[in-house]
Design a protein around this ligand. Structure first.
Ligand code: ADP
Ligand code: ZN
Length: 213
């Protein structure tokens, strides 16, 4: 089974992906995490992509497509989080999976209104080590500044600044929203309300993929 988590920045894709991983045992592939690791490691790909990410715009399709398709190699089932984000990426993915007689089985579209996204992203803190997200208002860590899961240091992402947050949402609306229709037309889309208790959203997500919560 291959799943895609689709939704605006701050909709909780990463959080839900973690829960899904535990329940259904698929590999979690987060394009943003892969890109941030490349930046942190100072690879050539990282140097090429850093400025795009800082501005809150999309990294060029060919770069991200290459990165994700490489990460897909040898995996039999994945949860894609943050990819695809453009029609071109969706088509490249479909083609690559098709070559191994696989497909995207279900797309979970996590919907959240714009005002709520801005609120969430501006109070988001992320673990430097494992990328787990926290929210100082809704979901604070047990110990200030430290990751519950791995003890890593929490920081505010460079692109979680008000100006960049607005840019990312605008980019989402113009470049990624067309994917909702793309997957709906092939009957693979399930919309999940992304506002409410995390556990309740997880139940809705699991139900959509046919797994008992
Ligand atoms: P969020 O979903 O909160 O915006 P991500 O970690 O998924 O955070 O993405 C952070 C940044 O990484 C994006 O703003 C973009 O610059 C880059 N990025 C991630 N995934 C993609 C993608 N599929 N295509 C192009 N750029 C991407
Ligand atoms: Zn951590």
């Amino acid at each position: 089974m291959n799943l895609v988590l689709l939704g605006p920045p701050g909709s909780g894709k990463g959080t839900q992906a973690e829960h899904l991983v535990q329940k259904v045992g698929l590999a979690h592939l987060a394009s943003g995490d892969l890109l941030r690791s490349a930046v942190a490691a100072g690879t050539e790909l990282g140097r090429k992509t850093e400025s795009y990410m800082k501005q809150g715009v999309l990294v060029p399709d060919e770069v991200v497509i290459g990165l994700i398709l490489e990460a897909l190699e040898g995996k039999s089932g994945v949860i894609l989080d943050g990819f695809p984000r453009t029609l071109e990426q969706a088509q490249a993915l479909e083609q690559a999976l098709g070559q191994r007689s696989q497909t995207i089985d279900r797309v979970l579209y996590i919907s959240v209104a714009k005002d709520e996204l801005i609120k969430r992203l501006s109070s988001r803190w992320t673990c430097k080590q494992c990328q787990a997200p926290y929210n100082l208002q809704g979901a604070p860590p047990r110990q200030e500044g430290k990751c519950d899961r791995c003890g890593g240091e929490l920081y505010q992402r460079a692109d979680d600044q008000p100006h960049t947050i607005r840019k990312r949402i605008e980019v989402y609306l113009t470049q990624t929203v067309p994917l909702i229709d793309y997957y709906r037309r092939s009957n693979r889309l399930t919309e999940v309300d992304g506002v409410g208790e995390v556990a309740q959203i997880t139940r809705a997500v699991l139900q959509a993929v046919g797994v008992e919560g």
